[in-house]
Write a protein that binds this ligand. Structure first.
Ligand code: ATP
Length: 337
């Protein structure tokens, strides 16, 4: 378990103090994939770098697996850090060393007996699918392959935690997917807790169990990814969700609709369409679908429909109540005109 307690990071610059992280407290469970989302400057990297003490927090504490990292002296901190791997957006491989040597470098730094290095590197290369690239140099690799080397290097010393700093932001969508699948595999097979920071909500939707949204150094919302997608509370959270699940409708379409426009959200296994068709049968209202999709978040369906309901006000009220009782959320986007 990772516990971040009242953590603040203040940078002293020549123009004054800048608050990178402002009193953040989070608990991340063992084996979880946890996403931290925010726009540029929100404080994500500062927070991530405080977790392994690449940055010393100005105040607050970090406990990883029961060890309070902020209280450790240099030697003990170095040892504790070996159990926290990290990967980066720009990979940071050593260009003069081969793939094998890049990974071996981590093992040598941790004083692994020389006789054990070869097998370990080969196992790691196998795990990340790069056995055939053992002797090539980073410049001969694609971005996705470079990140695989980064991952192998981060896993070299059997960490319990993997920190991912915008690990897929420099990659195309297909490569991003393959790296996310690799991270999922590592999380499941090695039971490594993963914390990733990203500005891409689709990354979080794809692999995270829980997430936090950061703004101006603070965590403004936190919870299970599914719940956050289903019922976001903060405007910024809604904005991030709309970047992957958009229900914007062209004005011309809205202007044509004279009925009540509602957005309905169905969670889990509830068959949304069934509820809607029951509503239309039981009440004297006409329905017109404007938008609809079923998003799968961690394989759980989340159905979101936007529709126009037409009829007498009283019937519409009854229909809305009926839907409300059978759905996760109903929001009237616009009353009938
Ligand atoms: N070394 C530093 N010195 C001074 N200010 C810093 C330093 N590092 C970060 N900051 C400031 O702290 C705030 C948070 O920055 P941080 O890099 O953590 O945000 P971020 O969400 O990771 O953004 P990005 O994705 O652009 O890196 C910003 O205002 C930034 O300018």
């Amino acid at each position: 378990m990772i516990e971040i307690r009242n953590l603040s990071k203040i940078y002293k610059t020549k123009n004054g103090h800048v608050k990178g992280v402002d009193n953040v407290s989070l608990t991340i469970q063992e084996g979880e994939i946890y996403g931290i989302v925010g726009y540029s400057g929100a404080g994500k990297s500062s927070l991530l770098r405080c977790i392994n003490l690449l940055e010393r927090p100005t105040s607050g504490g970090i406990t990883v697996g029961g060890i309070d990292l902020t209280s450790l002296k240099d030697g003990d901190l170095r040892l504790a850090r070996l159990k926290i791997g990290m990967i980066f957006q720009h990979f940071y491989l050593i260009s003069q060393k081969t793939v094998f040597e890049n990974i071996a470098f981590s093992l040598k730094a941790a004083k692994t007996p020389p006789g054990k290095i070869k097998n370990r590197v080969e196992d790691l290369l196998e795990m990340v699918g790069l056995a055939d690239k053992r002797d090539v140099y980073p410049s001969q690799l694609s971005g996705g392959q470079k990140q695989r080397v980064g991952i192998a290097r981060a896993l070299a010393n059997n960490p319990n935690v993997l920190l991912c700093d915008e690990a897929t932001s420099a990659l195309d969508p297909t490569t991003t997917k393959s790296i996310l699948n690799l991270l999922k595999k590592i999380n499941k097979e090695l039971n490594i807790t993963i914390i990733l920071i990203t500005h891409e909500m689709n990354v979080v939707k794809e692999i995270c169990d829980r997430m936090a949204i950061m703004q101006e150094g603070r965590v403004i919302e936190e919870g299970r990814v599914y719940d956050i997608f289903a019922t976001p509370q903060e405007e910024l959270t809604k904005e991030f969700i709309e970047s992957v699940v958009s229900f914007e409708m062209p004005e011309v379409i809205l202007n044509k609709c004279k009925g009540t426009i509602v957005k309905v959200l169905f969670r889990g296994e509830v068959a949304g369409e069934g509820v809607i068709s029951d509503t239309l049968q039981q009440f004297n209202v006409k329905g017109n679908f404007l938008h609809g999709s079923i998003e799968y978040i961690q394989e759980s369906p989340l159905g979101i429909f936007v529709m126009e309901l037409k009829g007498e006000n009283e019937e519409i009220e009854k229909a809305l109540q009926f839907i409300k009782n059978r759905s996760a959320q109903v929001e009237v986007l616009r009353d009938g005109v």
